[in-house]
Design a protein around this ligand. Structure first.
Ligand code: PEP
Length: 249
């Protein structure tokens, strides 16, 4: 944790949830939110943002999982940052590795999306992380540093943007980097944020994501400069998500 920074525990539901089960899961998460030190964020499918807003009633923040970089226009199937905000979102996840890989989203495009998010009043949660090959070649920090350089727009620091380190090979696999590897990566990321955004960079939240579970959350969240977690699979089980949130203090 970074001293003085409120941890953020974020759940990415991905393409899971219809109205009935999404509301039931949200009700269970909301019931466990009071008294937690951490801020809770749920990023459901866009169709559920509006229905979940009254369930969370501000006790749990809502976020989108992606947005288009344009404010409006002929972009069939896409969603704008302003639409997410209008539906009740405060955050938007950008540059998740599933989108970087499936849709070949470049870091420059992620940066444009983050600019659109900031313009709409959303806080971007920008994901970065190395493929396994780069980790094995000893290039992990170089790859992540380059992704940060290219993905974070100028206004990111002033707006309190969030960066999530998500090694691609750790997502949904049950595998995690060593605590020493996470610590080294987050130290590099903090130094880079401070160099880029000066004092504002020192207080931005840096999340770790990739197979965070109740059983490893205490150790991961105790690592310096790990200010929270981005959680996929375990966020679909309310008790697991809340157990991870409690591990943040
Ligand atoms: C993710 O998809 O961002 C993620 C971290 O997934 P999981 O927790 O399932 O590894």
């Amino acid at each position: 944790m970074t001293p003085g920074v409120r941890p953020l525990i974020a759940g990415n539901w991905k393409m899971h949830g219809l109205a009935a089960d999404g509301v039931a899961l949200a009700q269970a998460v909301a019931a466990g939110a009071p008294g937690l030190k951490a801020e809770l964020l749920i990023c459901p499918p866009a169709t559920l943002i509006s229905p979940l807003a009254p369930v969370f009633a501000g006790a749990v923040a809502l976020g989108g999982q992606d947005c288009h970089e344009a404010a409006k226009g002929a972009h069939t199937g896409d969603i704008s940052a302003a639409m997410l905000k209008d539906a009740g979102a405060a955050y938007v996840v950008l540059g998740h590795s599933e989108r970087r890989m499936a849709y070949r989203e470049s870091s420059h495009r992620v940066c444009a999306k983050a600019e659109a998010a900031l313009a709409a009043g959303l806080t971007p949660v920008v994901c970065v992380g190395e493929p396994e090959d780069d980790r094995l070649l000893g290039r992990a920090e170089e790859v992540v540093a380059e992704q940060m350089t290219e993905s974070l727009p100028a206004g990111f620091g002033a707006a309190g943007g969030v960066v999530a380190y998500e090694p691609v090979w750790a997502i949904g696999t049950g595998r995690t980097p060593t605590e020493a590897n996470i610590a080294a990566m987050h130290a590099m990321m903090r130094a880079k944020l401070s160099a880029t955004f000066q004092a504002e960079g020192a207080g931005l939240r840096l999340l770790y994501g990739g197979s965070v579970k109740p059983g490893n959350a205490v150790a991961i969240l105790a690592i310096p400069h790990v200010d929270g977690a981005l959680i996929g699979g375990a966020s679909l089980v309310a008790e697991d998500f809340l157990a991870i949130a409690r591990a943040a203090g």
